[in-house]
Design a protein. Structure first.
Length: 241
């Protein structure tokens, strides 16, 4: 469907992120879900940003199911909301820091407190900011001063990933990741689905029930399913099935 997704396990993704955070500036981690794939189909600039990422996580169960159905045996879902705190904790264990950017004012501070208390992370700074160009100088000053190993950006998709791609060179941070609602979860502002629901593959339904205003965004799901079916039919006819 035009978007690269890496079929990694959670442990492989964590190890790769810690390696990237130790490397040169500019590695971008994206969290691909069906909405991303549908948006990328309409916006080639967003598609190129996703495909240029250092690591593209199978963030949603729909992506994992689709890959398997199209013949690529993805091992598991790797949710950014699980991986980001683990990366922050892994960096904290070796004395390295993260910077939390975005979410509503006050949320990143609460998220930082949770990351430090529950995951052993070290937060070098937090700032609500915004993806508007006018805010960039202030953000850049704060981030450069903090010099974190990783920058988590919660501006919502696709804005957060377009923003990271655009400003990556100017920030000088080794690992940057768009984290969507993760800071809200860590801050206790939103609740994730219970683990049993996550494991059954229905976290998307949980979010639709809890956040019904998301229905418009979730219209991407039937569009994604239709595109996957078309792709499978194309694959079968090209193999003469
Ligand atoms: N957000 C922000 N600035 C913006 C748009 C969004 O800080 O201009 C934040 C919002 O407060 C939330 C996060 O971006 O904390 C992502 O929210 P969303 O519901 O889009 O997350 P997702 O569904 O992608 O996990």
């Amino acid at each position: 469907l035009g978007v690269r997704v890496d079929g990694v396990t959670f442990d492989e993704a964590l190890a790769r992120c810690l390696e990237l955070a130790d490397g040169p500036p500019g590695s971008h981690v994206v969290t691909v879900n069906p909405e991303f794939v549908v948006a990328a189909g309409r916006d080639p600039a967003f598609r190129d940003v996703l495909n240029a990422a250092a690591l593209a996580l199978p963030d949603a169960v729909g992506v994992v199911w689709a890959a398997r159905w199209l013949g690529v045996p993805f091992p598991e879902r790797v949710a950014g909301a699980d991986l980001a705190p683990a990366v922050a904790g892994g960096l904290g264990a070796v004395g390295r820091t993260v910077f939390l950017l975005g979410a509503a004012p006050g949320v990143a501070e609460l998220a930082a407190a949770t990351l430090e208390a529950d995951y052993g992370a070290r937060c070098a700074g937090t700032y609500a900011g915004s993806p508007r160009g006018a805010d960039f100088d202030e953000i850049a000053t704060r981030v450069r001063q903090a010099a974190p190993a990783a920058l988590f950006v919660a501006f919502g998709a696709p804005a957060q990933d377009l923003w990271i791609h655009r400003y990556s060179d100017a920030l000088g941070v080794p690992l940057m990741m768009g984290v969507g609602g993760t800071l809200d979860f860590l801050a206790g502002r939103r609740r994730r689905a219970p683990r049993t629901i996550q494991r059954a593959g229905f976290e998307w339904l949980w979010r639709l029930v809890l956040e019904p205003w998301r229905w418009r965004r979730q219209l991407a799901l039937p569009r994604f399913a239709a595109a996957v079916c078309m792709q499978r039919l194309r694959g079968q006819s090209s193999r003469g099935v």
